[in-house]
Design a protein around this ligand. Structure first.
Ligand code: FAD
Length: 313
């Protein structure tokens, strides 16, 4: 069976959830081979988790070179050459997209971006803010496929996890990484990894009032997100923006507080499994995609919700 390369996304010795989704998705195309790129000692921390999620092989490409994303591109390009994989799977993120773009150019491969489903016949994209589902297939060997986080239910599977060392030869560097810090709001989970996201929009009204959004999020152990209008108004930092020009999230539960539901916001959250919207305008478009909607003032509803959840804990 053909190998499917999965680029492992990891931070501080932890494998990101999106990588487990990639390993699950890879099994529909062939045999998953995880590719670990990182400083010396990285793979030892990740190997068990990768094997428990179906990695038959683990390519260990350890380097202390800090060239920005170049080791990843060089290693994957080398493996395309030597292993002739059926596909290369990478998670959708700013880094993931940059690696995918560079890799596709370098190896003359098709790049199927922001995929929400894949099978042996091709891939599925959710386009125009989810108004259309488009199907596509690559016309080149070893396509590079970037998968939207949250698109696939993770399924554990025992893989052999056989490790193979790969020499990293970095050719060309346009920038170097000087530090890597997780973007987290205190103890909250990372936005694209969280299973619950509570987001606030312009309806929240001010940076101070975002405390209402954070309060509900903390009761649920959720990440906090924001609409672009909220970010542009200075209510919440840019890295928490959800939508077409922000992060794409697909949690089990997405709660939208004071967000109208513009198509550009929906593009980043509509694949969430359950959507709850609180908006004082009954005609707000967010209600078109909400599973549960409350027409009301968020400053009344969110604290009540928070108290009720706290009581049941
Ligand atoms: P509004 O549309 O102003 O909605 C505020 C909502 O709050 C209203 O529905 C109102 O009824 C409700 N409200 C007010 N007070 C209360 C209250 N007390 N209680 C309950 N409800 C209340 N947007 C994104 O979010 N993410 C993106 O990535 C993004 N990218 C974009 C890219 C482009 C190229 C363009 C053109 C736009 C983009 N936008 C994006 C902007 C998008 O079009 C909307 O302007 C934005 O999503 C609106 O944010 P909002 O819903 O918070 O604000």
């Amino acid at each position: 069976m053909a190998e499917v390369l999965v680029l492992v996304d990891h931070l501080e010795g932890e494998i990101k959830k999106s990588t487990f989704e990639l390993l699950t998705a890879a099994r529909t195309l062939g045999e998953p081979s995880a590719v670990v790129v990182g400083p010396a000692g990285t793979a030892a921390k990740l190997a068990d988790g990768l094997a428990e999620h179906g990695a038959e092989k683990i390519y260990v490409a350890e380097t202390d070179d800090t060239a920005f994303l170049t080791p990843e591109v060089s290693v994957l390009a080398g493996l395309i050459e030597s292993a002739s994989p059926a596909a290369v799977l990478i998670g959708v993120s700013a880094d993931g997209k940059e690696i995918a773009g560079r890799l596709a150019v370098r190896t003359n491969s098709a790049w199927l971006n922001d995929v929400v489903g894949l099978s042996a016949d091709g891939v599925t994209h959710s386009v125009f803010g989810g108004a259309y589902v488009a199907e596509a297939k690559a016309n080149t060997a070893h396509p590079v496929i970037t998968l939207r986080p949250g698109s696939v239910e993770i399924e554990a599977a025992a893989g052999a996890g056989a490790q193979e060392t790969v020499t990293v030869s970095v050719d060309g560097r346009n920038a170097s990484v000087t530090s890597r810090e997780p973007i987290v709001g205190g103890d909250r989970p990372e936005l694209t990894e969280a299973s619950v996201v509570v987001s606030g929009g312009r309806g929240v009204g001010s940076a101070d009032d975002f405390g209402v959004v954070e309060g509900l999020a903390d009761t649920l152990g959720a990440a906090v997100g924001a609409s672009r209008a909220a970010v542009d108004s200075g209510y919440y930092p840019h890295q928490f923006q959800v939508g077409q020009t922000g992060k794409t999230v697909s949690p089990q539960l997405y709660i939208a507080l004071g967000i109208s539901g513009a198509i550009q916001h929906r593009a980043g959250m509509q694949t969430s499994k359950t959507i709850i919207a609180v908006n004082k305008d009954a005609e707000a478009p967010i209600f078109e995609i909400a599973d549960f909607g409350v027409v009301g003032d968020l400053f009344t509803v969110a604290p009540q919700l928070k108290d009720e959840i706290a009581k049941r804990k």
